[in-house]
Design a protein. Sequence first.
Length: 508
Amino acid sequence: MSNIDQDRARLLRTRRSFFRTVGGAALGSAAISTTLRDFRLINSALAQGPGAAGFDDYKALVCIFLNGGNDSNNLIVPRGAVAHANYAAIRGNLTIPESSLLPITPDNNDGNEYGFHPLCTEMANLFQAGKLATVFNVGPLLFPTTRVQYQKKTIALPPQLFSHSDQVTHWQTSLPDQLPRSGWGGRIADFLHPYQKELLAEADRAKIALCTSIAGSNTFEVGNSVQQFHVSTSGAVVLAGAATGSARENLVRSLANLPNSNLQAKAFGDVIDNAIAAGAFLNDAIGETSPSAPANWVWNTPFPSGSLGDQLKMVARIIAGRKELKIKRQIFFVTVGGYDTHTSQMGLNNDALTGSHANLLGTLSKAIGAFQAAIEQIAAHPVLGDGPAGNTKVANNVVGFTASDFGRTFPTNSQGSDHGWGGHHIVFGGNGNPANGAVIGKKTYGRFPVHQINGPDDTSTGRWIPSTSVDEYSATLAKWFGVSPTYMDDVFPNLGRFATPDMGFMRS
């Protein structure tokens, strides 16, 4: 960053601090609201963005959060006689036999051979097609950390390591050393949403928020000045007994818009009216992909039944309605639970190829495969796509990624695995073209841990010390999404502590 850019960034932070500190004491409620709104526009206008005309393309990020802590040691497994034998000696009854693995052939060579879990056919196929990349040993860090530093306690660590709630928060905020006031997805929205909302003419403004959750409230999408939009797997929640355009809905909206000298009451009315309007826009926009008449839409690759498939199906339907919603940047959040596999991780007779974890990975793979196919189906559609036949641009502009509380312990506990730290993740999407694909797939990124208890990557009990920080992983996605390098530190304040702000798995 140049000295000029550093001064501008410092000025932004100083002005932000000033308004936050002085605003509450010096201004009335209306003035506070106006000041915060205007300051959001100042932030965005000073940022290196697309300009007053807004974005000229569409991009979406889809976070798939695996609640409970995924045992990614069995998602991506080393192959080869020596490497797999070492893996099996430590994993014990959690071992996936080498003969069962789905081999992958990365275009880059880190000296290892790998395979996906046998139920992850769709992931392996996407990897081989260049539409999926693996990122090894990612986790929350405050600074790059070695085993010696960890054991001697000579470096600051994220608080409450191995705790579900704390590690979920660290992943979703990327700020383990600060109070969780906002998530990194929400902070991205703070900077970018005005370019599809306030800075545009009324007719061109996005009809819903940049951040959309199909999984309820989450920290990841909490912004300093923007709100997340909640949608169910059936669509936007509407007033009970008040269909869109009905007399009852019109009555509620009329009451919400009544003049009111009470500023809080007026603000509450505005929230109700805006929510009803946004819900109506969304439900109308997803109508083209309704399985019912008159659309009778059928997905070429069916989504798996269950929560994750239903959530990703709704994400695909919203993306299909993006043009009607006039939205150009979206961040989605979906989640699936069950990954806290202390016990019952395996099937009958301690079969590692079956059981709860195998089922979870199989469903995850099928859901990701169906979602990727759905985006490609939308892109090729004459109405929902991006124009003339053959223009499949949107298929290259939707990227999904996984996150989880933590990885899990490498050794078996005889019935499953326990809370760990670093874990492996996947990034998927794009067109698979090595020249212009959004995800630079068929490659591995980061450093695979040394499979050795009390080895260089182990805390002491088979918990991998992350070699890639959540900051580096997330910032690589944010850069592709449109966050300016000049303002990346505002979204990821700790990023400068790490060596690789762009890991290279996205074509930015």
